[in-house]
Design a protein around this ligand. Structure first.
Ligand code: LCS
Length: 394
């Protein structure tokens, strides 16, 4: 019988150590592993024998969370890296060569945008950005040399949704070899499973909900075993070297054990906050996939199992007053990142998305007055009270 989500998030990848039998995973704080003989060392390097060699190629702590993520995403194999950007660069350096084309949605985390537009393009990769919420744009922009299709859903920071099943089927009908890559950071596999909807690779900034406690930078990817092995043995080993430390991997494993219950509370709090903001006349617009006013609310119900912990909104106020509102908050913490126990609030145009030019922001429909809130795990009434007091001051 296939175990349920909660059981898998706790038990998958448990490391058995006969004779010691620790319940929690020990931290394998080692850079290298001893071989019994030169013959064994040679066999490990040639792949004839399975086993650990050197932590850049694998370590029990990083392998454990890779296995856990794969079990939760419904993927064959997963891997961990030192950051979300480490995961994105590792996967794309494994996929793309000079002369290849990458088609990506136009609303991306700021550093992903920068890697695509300022990084990959330096090395002869052609990049096209388009609004994937209109599927016709995806059809139109696919080319003979398209090797990867990349998007987030919901998008950071404007919470636009993209129909994963539709994009994957159009891309694969164009060319079955195209890698459809979905950044699932905002949802986690508890709320959305892109591989089950036809995507080839799923990426995470594990810094966020997977860890959940704001004390680690980490990234992960999952997909078909052959491709993820190539990402480990080429992309990570030779191209990026974005290796996660054993202690960081241990913390992610610890965080993932409570993923489902944390996500449920994040979703509940975000819904209460979104509804409150929508009811306040000082708020011009609220973007939350769980609101009926979200233009893709039906798609949210179809492809997500909950609406997530992120809420974006604009005020009926000047830029100065919007800044005054954010600065005046007491419980909501002014900080980038997301998915932590604490409610975090930030201004994307000058912070997480400052890599975009004003023109690119407009093109991607990311308003310069947008405020992004990551609902924490506090009592919703306390967060709402803090927002209410802030709104009274403007
Ligand atoms: N993908 C998404 C959707 C992200 O939001 C981030 C970081 C990354 C990838 C990169 O992950 P990292 O290397 O930071 O682990 N997003 C951030 C944000 O919105 N605020 O601060 C970081």
């Amino acid at each position: 019988m296939k175990q349920g989500f909660a059981t898998r998030q706790i038990h998958t990848g448990h490391i058995h150590m006969p004779g010691i039998n620790p319940l929690a995973t020990p931290i394998f704080q080692t850079s290298t592993f001893e071989f019994d003989s030169t013959e064994q060392g040679a066999k490990r390097f040639s792949g004839e024998e399975q086993g650990y060699i050197y932590t850049r190629l694998g370590n029990p702590n990083s392998n454990q969370i890779g296995e856990k993520l794969a079990a939760l995403e419904g993927a064959e194999l997963g891997m961990a890296m030192s950051s979300g950007m480490g995961a994105i660069t590792t996967v794309l350096w494994t996929t793309l060569r000079a002369g290849d084309h990458l088609l990506a949605d136009d609303a991306l985390y700021g550093c992903t945008y920068s890697f695509f537009m300022h990084g990959l393009t330096r090395y002869g990769v052609e990049v096209t950005l388009a609004d994937f919420s209109n599927i016709e744009n995806v059809k139109r922009e696919l080319k003979a040399n398209t090797k990867a299709v990349y998007f987030e859903s919901p998008t950071n920071p404007n919470l636009k949704l993209i129909d994963i099943e539709a994009v994957a089927s159009i891309a694969h009908a164009h060319n079955p070899e195209i890698k459809v890559i979905v950044d699932n950071t905002f949802c986690t596999p508890f709320l959305q499973r892109p591989v089950e909807l036809g995507a080839d690779v799923v990426i995470h900034s594990a810094t966020k909900y997977l860890n959940g406690h704001g004390d680690v930078i980490a990234g992960m990817a999952a997909g078909k075993a052959d491709f993820i092995t190539e990402c480990t043995m080429f992309g990570l080993k030779d191209m990026t070297g974005a290796v996660i430390g054993p202690f960081e991997a241990y913390l992610i494993s610890r965080g993932m054990k409570t993923l489902d219950i944390r996500m449920e509370k994040h979703c509940k709090n975000a819904m209460a906050i979104a509804k409150y903001l929508e009811s306040n006349s000082k708020v011009k617009r609220v973007i939350y996939p769980g609101l009926e006013s979200h233009p893709q609310h039906e798609l949210a119900k179809k492809q997500m199992h909950g609406f997530g912990g992120m809420v974006s909104f604009e005020l009926n106020a000047s830029r100065e007053d919007s800044a005054k509102f954010i600065n005046s908050l007491d419980l909501c913490t002014l900080a980038v990142s997301l998915g932590d126990a604490e409610t975090l609030i930030e201004h994307p145009a000058t912070m997480t998305h400052s890599t975009y030019t004003p023109e690119a922001l407009a093109e991607a429909n990311i308003s310069e007055s947008l405020i992004r809130l990551s609902a924490g795990l506090e009592e919703a009434e306390d967060i709402i009270h803090d927002l209410e007091e802030g709104l009274k001051r403007i």
